[in-house]
Design a protein around this ligand. Structure first.
Ligand SMILES: *Cc1c(COP(=O)(O)O)cnc(C)c1O
Length: 476
């Protein structure tokens, strides 16, 4: 039974025949993006053609169409039942997709049952967290509590910081770079090539001059190249994005070395602004023993983190913290809101702060520390098992992102929702990724892989992860 097609029919009456509310909807798998700017991603040409996104052509075939209620629906309850069925099947497919999720850095393991009672309210924190607006159905009490917690984590006094709960890590980056631009209107934005695409989006949105800095094999910013580029642009202030965990390799830029490089090139503290993109790892690093510290005691301007990644949250969200002195450069007063306008968005999700508040209270520093240790342990397990099976793999010291040879079969990639770039794929080991789940994945991978490389050799990925981590015939 082609469930998705049936649901689409205009009249719900037709589709309800032999309707099985417990069936799993065949997942409408999205097309996969090929390597940027048409570079060969190391896959067969045939493979590649079927995976290309056709720009300017949206896919509608797998949607659940909205249908007009029929005159007697209210009386028969048919439409209610139909919709309940769609939702029940959707829920089942979510459970299935959650079980096979490894590639994105989302902690899918949480229980917010106690917050279900708040679903009935339109909670909106529009405007500034620290200034009550005229709209009374808000959660600022929770928001400021959460912000204070992060301010403590990143070592800035309550009266010295400003921040808010964002819609996602991207919004934190857009805000951090904007603050930098407002502090230094003619500043140049420096970001390593492996920075998240939202950084380059910010540069385009704000029409900033942007200089891409090379990276080391690990994915960290290459400070020798950074130095050369700074010296070539000594006349203009520097706005720098520092990655606390890059998206693909989980690499942590060396904040102290970045600061040293700036000062060594003659940039005094009133000539640079540093934004730390901690979307992925900003909340894990503080709990890794040997890790360098992200702290406002150092000359940084802002830090952002995603709330739905390591923390885990049913809706995307994030936290952005900056210095109070900077935010005044950016804000204006809005009479309509009786508030200050220093956020990127207008209306803001008032539920998200409550979810964060709930988790921070339950887990605390110790709870997070334990989860981080578990993630790092499991990531090492995965890397060791991959290497033992003769598969090239890399794991950065401060990271739980395991990078390895891109599986050849796109169906396998989509089944496990692996994020891929060029010749490599990664698994981000989050608290919801158990050893058991990894074992199922490893078994499937090893079994499938033996059929992929019967006549061919596995590809060399030394250029991506280094010779010592590559397991191709030349390097093993
Ligand atoms: C995920 C990620 C982002 C973007 O965060 P969203 O919450 O998805 O908007 C930014 N930077 C890095 C390094 C990331 O991993």
């Amino acid at each position: 039974m082609a469930g998705a097609v049936e649901i689409k029919t205009a009249s719900p009456n037709v589709s309800r025949r032999n309707f099985d509310p417990t069936a799993v909807v065949p997942e409408p798998l999205p097309p996969v993006v090929t390597a940027a700017n048409g570079e060969d991603a190391g896959v067969d040409k045939l493979d590649k053609e079927s995976r290309e996104i056709v720009l300017g052509k949206n896919v509608h075939t797998t949607c659940f169409a909205v249908t007009e209620p029929e005159a007697n629906d209210e009386f028969t309850g048919d439409k209610e039942a139909y919709m309940a069925g769609v939702l029940a099947r959707y829920r089942k497919s979510l459970m299935e997709r959650t079980k096979h999720h490894l590639g994105y850095p989302y902690n899918l393991d949480f229980d917010y049952g106690a917050l279900a009672q708040l679903q009935h309210f339109s909670i909106n924190n529009l405007g500034d967290p620290f200034i009550e607006s005229n709209y009374g159905v808000h959660s600022r009490q929770f928001e400021v509590g959460v912000l204070d917690w992060f301010a403590r984590l990143w070592e800035i006094e309550k009266n010295d910081y400003w921040g808010y709960i964002t819609n996602c890590g991207t919004e934190g980056n857009l805000h951090g770079i904007l603050v930098g631009r407002e502090v230094f209107p003619d500043g140049i934005l420096y970001a390593s090539r492996e920075s998240h695409y939202s950084i380059f989006k910010a540069a385009r949105m704000y029409r900033m001059e942007c200089v891409k800095v090379d990276t080391l094999i690990s994915g960290e910013i290459d400070c020798a190249d950074f130095r050369a580029k700074l010296l070539a642009n000594k006349g203009k202030p520097a706005i720098i994005n520092v990655n606390i965990g890059t998206t693909v390799k989980g690499a942590v830029d060396d904040l102290d070395l970045v600061i040293q490089t700036l000062e060594g090139c003659g940039f005094s503290r009133d000539r640079f602004y540093i934004h730390c993109d901690g979307a992925l790892f900003g909340l894990m690093m503080p709990f890794v023993k040997r890790a360098p510290k992200v702290s406002f005691k150092k000359p940084i301007g802002s830090v952002s983190v995603s709330g739905h990644k390591f923390v885990g949250c049913p809706m995307p969200c994030g936290v952005q913290i900056t210095r109070m002195e900077h935010v005044n450069a950016l804000s204006s007063n809005v009479e309509y809101l009786a508030s200050r306008d220093a956020t990127i968005m207008g209306s803001r999700n008032g539920h998200a702060p409550i979810f964060l508040w709930y988790t921070l209270n339950r887990k605390g520093y110790n709870g997070f520390a334990k989860e981080v240790q578990k993630c790092l342990r499991n990531a090492h397990y995965l890397k060791d098992q991959l290497r033992a099976a003769g598969i090239g793999a890399m794991l950065n010291e401060l990271s739980s992102t395991v990078v390895f040879e891109r599986p050849r079969d796109e169906d396998f990639v989509r089944r496990w929702q692996l994020a891929c770039e060029g010749n490599i794929a990664h698994v981000v080991v989050m608290p919801s990724v158990s050893i058991e789940k990894l074992d199922v994945f490893l078994n499937e991978l090893v079994k499938n892989r033996s059929t992929w490389y019967q006549e061919q050799q596995p590809p060399c990925i030394a250029a991506d992860i280094g010779k010592e981590n590559c397991a191709c015939p030349l390097h093993k």
